[in-house]
Design a binder for this molecule. Structure first.
Ligand code: NDP
Length: 286
């Protein structure tokens, strides 16, 4: 029997509704949570992502600005713009879309965002806070994955979780959140020996590698919960994940689709983090 489908669209819709209600209450009091999204260059995937993020803000009634900068924008100019937004009282969250052009040091840029406006949760202060179990923000994608596990009431405590992919924005924070929820966690990377030996142990398997369909049915433990973070565009233009959905759905107990899985939940969590930024910044001002 095919696995239970964890529907990211349906779950994200519920979260967005709850956020729209909270935003309407704030707006009635004369304040609007605001998000600034900065895009440098013309990467086609990034253009789609930033448009979706800004539209999601508008849909829940938040204030949002999308700034598109040319690919040759200097690092200094970008840092200067971030410094201005850090001081802008109408902007509570700042998001710089990654990847940035090669001449710009992403690390310096992320560190320039005020930690309480770091809606992505990538600043070293926020990554450190997450590590010790006291996060100001949970990075949007892993946060969305946790909400998906919550939605199926999966007992995380004591479960074996395997994460394939160890990036700072997905794999590592995902590991921290699962660890803090009581899972026993393994993180795999491109140097991992005998990857299937690890993945077959997983009660919860999270995949974020950017390698289309790399996780096949024979790499998954029967009944496992499979969360596919990957978004890859195939030569025919279709989107697919890092998991071979058509095979794995016959082995897993539950699985997220691509599209319609982690992607919409990432955006929903961005909205939730923007509200959190608003709360943190308004506390600071009062
Ligand atoms: P990165 O390229 O930053 O990291 C990829 C990670 O996967 C690295 O740790 C790498 O290992 C590991 N890896 C690569 N190949 C293998 C392999 N064959 N076996 C085991 N590990 C491997 O990617 P991101 O984390 O930024 O993104 C991963 C995927 O998730 C992409 O498809 C991206 O588009 C998608 N994504 C989706 C989001 C959403 O909202 N749904 C949000 C963010 C990303 P090593 O460290 O050794 O290099």
């Amino acid at each position: 029997m095919p696995a239970q489908l964890i529907d990211g669209n349906a779950l994200a819709k519920k979260v967005r509704l709850e956020i729209a209600t909270r935003t309407a209450i704030l707006t009635a009091k004369g304040v609007k949570p605001g998000l600034a999204v900065l895009l440098v260059g013309e990467d086609p995937a990034s253009q789609v992502y930033v448009r979706n993020k800004v539209k999601a803000c508008e849909d829940v009634g938040m204030h949002s600005i999308l700034e598109r900068h040319p690919a040759d924008l200097s690092e200094d100019k970008l840092l200067q713009r971030i410094a201005e937004l850090n001081l802008d009282a109408s902007i509570h969250g700042i998001l710089v879309q990654l990847p940035l052009p090669k001449h710009i040091d992403s690390h310096r840029v992320i560190e320039a965002i005020a930690p309480e406006k770091d809606v992505d949760g990538f600043h070293v202060a926020n990554a450190g806070a997450l590590m010790i179990g006291a996060p100001l923000f949970r990075p949007c994608t892993p946060y969305g994955c946790m909400k998906m596990l919550e939605s199926i009431e999966y007992p995380i405590k004591g479960a074996r979780a395997v994460i394939v992919g160890a990036s700072n924005i997905v794999g590592k924070p995902m590991a921290m959140l699962l660890l803090q929820a009581g899972a026993t966690v393994t993180i795999c990377n491109s140097k991992t020996k005998d990857l299937p030996a690890h993945t077959k142990e997983a009660d919860i398997l999270v995949v974020a590698t950017g390698k289309p369909k790399m996780i096949t049915g024979n790499m998954v433990k029967p009944g496992a919960i499979v969360i596919d973070v990957g978004i890859n565009r195939l030569p025919d233009g279709k989107l697919c994940g890092d998991v071979d959905f058509d095979e794995v759905k016959y082995v897993a107990g539950a699985i997220t689709p691509v599209p319609g899985g982690v992607g919409p939940m990432t955006i929903a969590m961005l909205l939730r983090n923007t509200l959190r930024c608003y709360a943190l910044n308004s506390t600071k001002e009062s």
